[in-house]
Write a protein that binds this ligand. Structure first.
Ligand code: GTP
Ligand code: MG
Length: 692
């Protein structure tokens, strides 16, 4: 592939609701620019951008596909993100490394929940945005409704820079309001504006000029004087307004039918800033200070790994060069690893294919195969230097499964494969829950987790089954209680003797194990007090009521007895353990459960159902807000009631609701549920013992 300098590069993220036609748009571009000889189709599994096994199986994207589109001397790096919200991590990564974003709006459906989420994310990241009203050739498209849907659901100043000619089966092309000409059919032939649209076009152009003028201070004066702008000035004003986030242009297309594709590329090239025109990028230096540099070949060499893809043959790292020029056959310092990694051959990705390039200029995207231990979010720079970029934002997981390796060989491979899965996708997390001894995999939804488990099998050959995770309860007490315990063993050989008097007191639930002594007159010696503490601590860790760690308890040893010969540390350890158990059992045991703060966003119509449902989940509603046509509910909900919420919310809202959750604190399980819950947990504990 030709070498592209920074000013001839455009990095563009394609985002939108599930199925809005992002992948098909890129397939059309690849076909039109003769990279592919047949246009790929998502439905028949031939799309160059949807090449992962799971994408072919689902006829939908699960990961970002990248296509460098070479067009009239410019390279447009298109990042085709998945629209399904479980894969929001892919969207975040794509937004991180692009200057421009096309938000796809499906012409019939209008603005959907997914559209709003990705639009909002793009706005927050200060990107130059454009809306593409897509699939204009679909039956039942009503142009009049689309703008209404956009204005009602999205915040921003939306300005038509095109008008569609016809709608549905009759969609023929667009009017370019900057050049005031029509572009018709698959070849986008230039033609005069149809007579019956002349007035509408004139009016829309006036609006466009006004918006463009407001986008740039010098233009606004000229506009007041002359009441118009030249075509070049319109472009300058629009581009500047987009950069400031005050203007979002709207374009129209039907890429599957091949209509209005070239004009879309023309507008992207003209209006999305090249990397050198974008904001400076920020890094942290060794002293922890922020430094910023322009995206330029002259800046220090800095690259960032924004995506990693694993397959059975090895690892592919996707990186973006921010400063300097990256060459091949080099070693480069990975700041996060604090070691050099090797860049063998430098390539650019076109879906799953890779094309070798000699070097990458600042602002460009490329891939490196088998780049040592480098993983997503690592910053690369020259050896001896230190620049670090912030990691890509990863939302808190909202769904979890407990994973169980199937065979002995799966056991051996489990940890490593989970670690590699997480390195590939930072929105996945895995950890061992000490309270339940389970290995937990968390992510952005059930589909996300399903796919991760399938990848573990197809990429790393590990068979995993999953179950609903156990809740990591904790045990505590509600009142003070005392107990005594004597450990005595005097059969043959040396005997064992230890006697302790213990008191347990309830302290703050957030406190861990606490221990004190109130021994008078040396009834037990310091080493035996220590042994008693050790025993009590062990008992607390292993749980007394249902096998969960005991917290919020202060244990005091206040008396005891030693035997001149038979007293040993082990005897006091056992006495401490058993004494603690007895004391806790009589101290009004209680259970603590994790409580999460949950934020739910649903269409306003669903609000009633959502609140009713939350009621059945022991939720405490903290607040409700109306944001446009959406309702936002914040509530505190016990984790035990949230385990299937990802599926439940989807079915309650037909997939139009979303939620996030973050751990808040442990709270007491209500008394009326306690007995049944303890019985259930004890039964589980027994069952586990039997299975061992
Ligand atoms: N009528 C019509 N259908 C289209 C057009 N573009 C795409 N489609 C269809 O819309 C469906 C979804 O298209 P995709 O390209 O997979 O959409 P996507 O946005 O990539 O979907 P996700 O990756 O799942 O978010 C497919 O069945 C396409 O055939 C178009 O221009 N016109
Ligand atoms: Mg797709």
């Amino acid at each position: 592939m030709k070498e592209y300098k920074t000013e001839n590069i455009r990095n563009i993220a394609l985002v939108g609701h599930n199925g809005s036609g992002k992948t098909t748009f890129v397939e059309r571009l690849l076909f039109n620019t003769k990279v592919t000889t047949r246009m790929g189709s998502v439905q028949s599994g031939t799309a160059a951008m949807d090449f992962e096994e799971e994408e072919i199986a689902r006829n939908s994207s699960v990961a970002t596909g990248i296509a460098p589109i070479e067009w009239k001397g410019t390279k447009l790096n298109m990042l085709d993100t998945p629209g399904f919200m479980d894969f929001i991590g892919e969207v975040n990564a794509a937004l991180r490394v692009t200057e421009g974003v096309i938000v796809f709006v499906e012409a019939v459906a209008g603005v959907e929940v997914g559209t709003e989420i990705v639009y909002q994310a793009a706005v927050e990241q200060n990107k130059s945005l454009m809306l593409l009203v897509n699939k204009m050739n679909r039956e039942n498209v009503r142009v009049s409704r689309i703008k209404e849907s956009i204005d009602a659901n999205l915040d921003g100043r939306f300005v038509n820079i095109q008008l569609p000619i016809g709608e549905g089966a009759d969609f023929q092309g667009i009017i370019d309001l900057i050049n005031m000409e029509a572009r018709l059919g698959e070849n986008c032939e230039r033609a005069p504006i149809p007579d019956d649209m002349a007035d509408a076009a004139e009016e829309a152009r006036m609006e466009l000029i006004e918006a463009a003028a407001e986008g740039d201070d010098t233009l606004i004066e000229k506009y007041f004087e002359e009441e118009t702008l030249s075509n070049e000035e319109i472009v300058i004003g629009l581009k500047s307004g987009m950069k400031q986030g005050t203007i979002v242009p709207i374009i129209y297309a039907a890429p599957e039918a091949g209509i209005a594709v070239d004009p879309a590329l023309e507008m992207l090239t003209a209006l999305i800033p090249s990397p050198d025109q974008a904001r400076k990028f920020e890094v942290t230096n060794k002293a922890g200070e922020t430094e910023s540099y322009p995206i330029s070949d002259e800046s220090p060499l800095i690259a960032f790994v924004f995506k990693t893809r694993e397959d059975p043959y090895g690892k592919t790292s996707y990186l973006r060069v921010y400063g300097g020029v990256l060459g091949s056959d080099n070693r480069i310092y990975d700041v996060n690893l604090e070691q050099d990694v090797r860049i063998g051959s430098l390539q650019v990705a076109i879906g799953k294919e890779q094309v070798t390039v000699g070097k990458l200029h600042a602002g460009d995207l490329g891939v490196v195969v088998k780049m040592g231990d480098a993983s997503t979010n690592d910053t690369l720079c020259e050896h001896g230097k230190f620049f670090q970029m912030a990691p890509i934002e990863a939302p808190n997981p909202i769904a979890s499964v407990a994973v169980h390796p199937v065979s002995q060989s799966d056991v051996a491979k489990l940890t490593q494969s989970l670690t590699r899965l997480v390195a590939e996708d930072p929105t996945l997390r895995w950890y061992t829950e000490t309270a339940t001894h389970q290995t937990i995999l968390s992510g952005m939804g059930t589909t996300h987790l399903d796919i991760a488990i399938k990848k573990a099998k197809s990429k790393f050959g590990v068979n995993i089954t999953t179950t609903t995770p156990k809740i990591p309860y904790k045990e505590t007490i509600t009142k003070t209680n005392s107990a005594e315990y004597t450990h005595k063993k005097q059969t043959g050989g040396a005997g064992q003797y230890g006697r302790v008097f213990l008191r347990v007191e309830s302290v703050d639930d957030n406190e861990g194990f606490q221990f004190g002594e109130e021994i008078f007159g040396g009834s037990i010696s310091a080493p035996f007090i220590a042994a008693t503490e050790k025993g009590a601590r062990q008992a607390a860790e292993g749980g007394v009521i249902a096998g969960y760690p005991v917290v919020g308890v202060r244990t005091v040893v206040y008396d005891g007895k030693m035997h001149p010969v038979d007293s040993k540390e082990i005897a006091f350890q056992i006495a401490g353990r058993e004494g603690f158990r007895l004391a806790v059992k009589g101290a009004g045991p209680a259970l603590l459960e994790p409580i999460y703060e949950v934020t739910i966003v649903v269409p306003a119509d669903n609000m009633g159902d959502i609140l009713g449902d939350l009621n059945t989940r022991r939720a405490k509603v903290l607040g409700m807000d109306q944001e446009g046509t959406k309702s936002v509910v914040r509530a505190e909900v016990p984790l035990a009631e949230m385990q299937t919420y990802a599926q439940d919310l989807r079915s309650m809202t037909q997939g139009r609701g979303v939620f996030s959750m973050k751990f808040q604190s442990y709270g007491r399980v209500p008394a009326h549920l306690l007995d049944d819950l303890i019985k259930k947990l004890q039964a589980e504990m027994e069952e586990e013992k039997e299975n061992k």
